[in-house]
Design a protein around this ligand. Sequence first.
Ligand code: PMP
Length: 387
Amino acid sequence: MATSLLRIPPPRGLLRPLAVPERLLLGPGPSNVPPRILAAGGRQLLGHMHPEVLQVMDEIKTGIQYAFQTQNRLTLAISGTGHCAMEAALVNLLEHGDTTLVAVNGIWGQRAAEIARRLGSNVHEVLKPPGEYFTPWDIEEGLVQHKPSVLFITHGESSTGVLQPLEGLGELCHRHGCLLLVDAVASLGGAPIFMDQQEIDVLYSGSQKVLNAPPGSALISFSEQAREKMLRRKTKPTSFYLDMGCLANYWGCDGEPRRYHHTAPINSFFSLREGLALLAELGLESSWKRHQANCAQLCQGLCDLGLELFVKEEKARLPTITTVRVPKGYDWKEITAFLMDNHAIEIAGGLGPSVGKVLRIGLMGCNSTSNNVDRVLHALQDALRHC
Ligand code: PMP
């Protein structure tokens, strides 16, 4: 009998119903998914080459062009999370031996540097302590000294809560023969960014923060200059899955008939389409304003509780993720666990260089409401009394 050959029984856990409790996700992401986006992800499948799916992909493309404020032809969604977009940007831009300058003031610069090194790039870092941002002079010094072909910088440093000013950086990079690559995973839709006007060459973001879609798809766009650098490559990108030439064709960016490259995560694209639609309906300016106002209310409330904000300069605070120092005499793990156990609210501790130093509170997309600010402040007040 065939069953006598089985040595591994059906796992007990899988024989029980799926358990998904209700939680308010106010960490640095993912954020809660509103019913309209959930419903989109739960629609019946279509084939990945069906015209209706290609139409949804075209709509996603225009949604990204709106969110990024770009007319770039090479604009699409990657089938993967924010890291996948980071990897896609670097694996397509860099060739073995290219020099990369990475602005490191938190974990995302560290990660980009790690990926670039794995690709055989000659990586240099400009450093700032966690909680601080780079001035154009900091960057220019690095550009002059190292003559990189690509600069990586993070717009919304979610590990530290810093918003990086981007004004003038694109022009500066171009004056030094360098392309500008920006990570906006944590900031897109929450703080202004203008890809074309700011001369950003490669910009990427994720689905699970302000866009309120589930994790698993990421937005990316390449300027004409970035496209030309990729066309000049002497070697193919080492990743087939993330090869922008293949993806450009599948996404209808190269004017050729679309060919199968991989089976797109179709339901993730349905959700992403709805996340982008919600942003388009609300409008970027209203979205930025809403995030700014709720962040200001949160910062005021945290100060009223006697807590110390990690980012000193008000204009350098990321409107989507607020960092506050772990108060003296408290263990950050006890505070986050208390909020989870007693209020069903997720907030997070630090990440990378901010571990043990900060608590991180995210208010992103539909989660950025005055009511949620009140809820998390009330829960924190409770935690400070009991932990
Ligand atoms: N960059 C930034 C700024 C982020 O906040 C994150 C996610 N926390 C990432 C990149 C990586 O995204 P993912 O976790 O979706 O791979």
